[in-house]
Design a protein around this ligand. Sequence first.
Ligand SMILES: NC(=O)C1=CN([C@@H]2O[C@H](COP(=O)(O)OP(=O)(O)OC[C@H]3O[C@@H](n4cnc5c(N)ncnc54)[C@H](O)[C@@H]3O)[C@@H](O)[C@H]2O)C=CC1
Ligand SMILES: O=C(O)C(=O)Cc1ccc(O)cc1
Length: 311
Amino acid sequence: MFGRLTLIGIGLIGGSIARVARRDGLAGEIVVSTRRQETLDRAAELGLGDRYTTDMAAAVEGADCVIVSVPVGASEAVAQAIGPHLKPGAIVSDVGSVKADVVRQMAPHLPAHAHFVPAHPVAGTEHSGPDAGFAELFHNRWCILTPPPGTDPAAVEHLAAFWRATGSKVETMTPEHHDMVLAITSHIPHLIAYNIVGTAAHLEQVTASEVIKFSAGGFRDFTRIAASDPTMWRDVFLHNKEAVIEMLGRFIEDLFALQRAVRFSDGDALFELFTKTRAIRRGIIDVGQDTAAPDFGRASAGGPAEILAKG
Ligand SMILES: NC(=O)C1=CN([C@@H]2O[C@H](COP(=O)(O)OP(=O)(O)OC[C@H]3O[C@@H](n4cnc5c(N)ncnc54)[C@H](O)[C@@H]3O)[C@@H](O)[C@H]2O)C=CC1
Ligand SMILES: O=C(O)C(=O)Cc1ccc(O)cc1
């Protein structure tokens, strides 16, 4: 796929790209670069690359493709460091969970002779660091590309082919649309998990040991998500503010409608909503993962507030 692939940042995502690229021969040479020597040493122990350096400028020299896998708040500093050293025709990409702000941070520092194709593999776990990666992470998961208008179609197709070779399914959209969709499907679920675990931890009448002891499946699932990396998630919320606030507004409206239904014992409204949400889950399991990318324009047509308002 690429002669020389440079990975800047070698945590869960960079480490998973390294593993699948190595396993399936997707790159002639893998150069690994990260900020801290300790992380680089660990990556070397794990055999994730062919060459290792903390000097990002040196790491990208002669690279055919550079993939930046760092917390989104660090994107600008990385682009600044690597921009002047990219070879003509190099593809530069990232894996950030936020797209519009990453484009704003990186694009001004990249030379016109490189091709910038931002990407987001929608695949991950609550773990982080080079040990957390695994080659199968991207298998049958979506990877969203958000190339700026005018990007060389051949470069977009080259990166798309790389992601397909990792096992991903590829979809292209604008960064703004990406950020709105991911705000509701990923960012707000994480915010809710952080919030509910925080609320439980602050309860005065319930001890911490009771929270653990009596946590049913639902709460346990939230604690897994709330164990996600604090730096990464702080950066997601700082850099996708507008979309998160917009979607959070809708979420809060719907939550108030649900509170009202509980207060007034409106069993019919609750039953109707829960029936619809069950069908949505079954739809995801039956077809969603394997066929089309989710269409959130359609899904927003009959939200909880509308269903509950009718009841
Ligand atoms: N964790 C997940 O489930 C997913 C994460 N992402 C995105 O991938 C990116 C990387 O996330 P992970 O691999 O999970 O994180 P991680 O914490 O496992 O790895 C981050 C890497 O970036 C390096 N790094 C940290 N700060 C840096 C800085 N200021 N300058 C240069 N390098 C720095 C670290 O040394 C490490 O190698 C993030 O932008 C995140 O939004 C995308 C999909 C899923
Ligand atoms: O662990 C989970 O449940 C996730 O949701 C993983 C994840 C985190 C961030 C992303 O941008 C994509 C996927």
